[in-house]
Design a protein around this ligand. Structure first.
Ligand code: NDP
Ligand code: MG
Length: 382
């Protein structure tokens, strides 16, 4: 394919799968970026020969320069370099595969360059939904979902006017603790919470899937991507993750998108849209599929999900504060500094503490910073 991508977060779960898709389809790579995984990104660089690589810190950039001293590649570090990689002129498309709000400025820069954004980094849209969608429309950029549920909804809505949509049925597996009472989760360790029943993902999103904050973030992501209200989205638990989401039309027809739980499928569709190409993913075999089951979400025992839906309804800076506080709390939990159930307590406290409109990007960035500071101060190790 005569098509070039830039991948921010190329060493992560989505980033590596993106490069697998790129290799299979012969898509070229203009820029790569990672935080600190020097060895892996140097292997990626030798294979894909990008013109620019951005690292998260100076030491990683220095080490990478040594590792790639025989190659003609520019290497930078820090936020500016990440933004340069994201918005690099020679790329047609940016794949946002970093985790967390670090992707916000780079994504906005690529939108301003009118690029296609293959969009995985949901935290950025949760933080700045209205601002980002307005910018996409103003600049004539293209935001194509990589998140499997949103890719499914996008595919189910293709070719349909919005007046045909009755509601979005956002499916979720329910995570590793589906059916458990909150009080029994007190002593959950990171290793327990990282075991997802159907998907293999990065650490942060795996914990979000356990607390179901991930489904909450996806609820807000869907509101912005498809310009719908909270009451137009229903969350449906579907443990097998074969149906990736559905839409219900005004006449009662339901359209679903199905496939094996393999992120390379939605990644590939965001890259090849509106075309379809053969993929490396397994195909579904309906004769071996036993049950497709559905149930209502348990808002009582998954309070992060309830909180996210509330923040979606309130709007303003609440979704941004929620997402930033959650990011900090999840990393504290992963480092063994915070109990599992305290993740929700942290996020709820931050959401209760901050309020206000989110009509400007600087306001959003400040809300993100303040929420992180709040959690570190009130819940962090002294
Ligand atoms: P990972 O944690 O696996 O990967 C994160 C990537 O971002 C790594 O390449 C990491 O580099 C890089 N990174 C982190 N901080 C910085 C920084 N400051 N500067 C530059 N690069 C940085 O995450 P996932 O791939 O799981 O998730 C990525 C995004 O996609 C998230 O927003 C997630 O919600 C979303 N998503 C993920 C899915 C999945 O299946 N994994 C499914 C749907 C959405 P390094 O390796 O050096 O640390
Ligand atoms: Mg998802």
């Amino acid at each position: 394919m005569d098509y070039k991508i830039s991948v921010i977060g190329s060493t992560g779960s989505i980033g590596r799968q993106t490069l697998d898709v790129a290799e299979n389809l012969g898509i070229k790579v203009a820029a790569l970026s990672a935080n600190s995984q020097v060895e892996l990104i140097s292997q990626q660089a030798r294979k894909f020969k990008p013109e620019f690589i951005a690292m998260g810190n100076e030491k990683a950039a220095k080490d990478l320069r040594v590792a790639l001293s025989d190659m003609d590649v520019k290497i930078g570090w820090g936020e500016e370099a990440l933004t340069e990689a994201a918005a690099i002129d020679s790329a047609d498309c940016l794949v946002t595969a970093v985790s967390g709000s670090v992707g916000l400025k780079p994504t906005l820069a690529a939108i301003e360059k009118k690029k296609r954004i293959a969009f995985a980094n949901k935290e950025t849209l949760v933080c700045s939904g209205e601002i980002m969608m307005k910018k996409v429309a103003e600049c004539g950029a293209e935001l194509l979902p990589v998140d499997s549920e949103h890719s499914a909804i996008f595919q189910c809505l293709e070719g349909r006017g919005k007046e045909q949509l009755h509601k979005i049925l956002l499916t979720g597996s329910g995570g590793p603790f589906r059916g458990k009472k909150r009080e029994t989760l007190e002593n959950i360790t990171p290793a327990d919470a990282l075991k997802h029943p159907t998907w293999s993902m990065g650490a942060k999103i795996s914990i979000d899937s356990a607390t179901m904050m991930n489904k909450g973030l996806e609820f807000i992501e869907a509101m912005h991507l498809f310009a719908v209200k909270p009451e137009d989205i229903q969350i449906v638990i579907h443990p097998q993750s074969v149906i990736h989401s559905m839409v219900e039309l005004v006449d009662g027809t339901v359209i679903a998108q199905l496939g094996c739980p393999d992120m390379r499928l939605p990644i590939q569709y965001a890259l090849t849209y509106p075309n379809r190409m053969p993929s490396r993913s397994e195909h579904l075999d309906f004769t071996t599929l036993k049950d497709l089951t559905f149930e209502a979400p348990d808002f009582e025992n998954m309070p992060c999900l309830r909180l996210a839906v509330e923040c979606a309804k309130t709007g303003g800076i609440k979704p941004c504060v929620m997402s930033a506080a959650n990011e900090v709390a999840v990393h504290m939990f992963l480092r063994g500094e915070l109990g599992y159930n305290r993740i929700y307590d942290c996020v709820q406290a931050a959401v209760d503490h901050f309020d206000g409109p989110a009509d400007d990007i600087d306001v959003v960035i400040e809300a993100d910073r303040a929420a992180r500071e709040f959690v570190n101060k009130n819940f962090g190790k002294a």
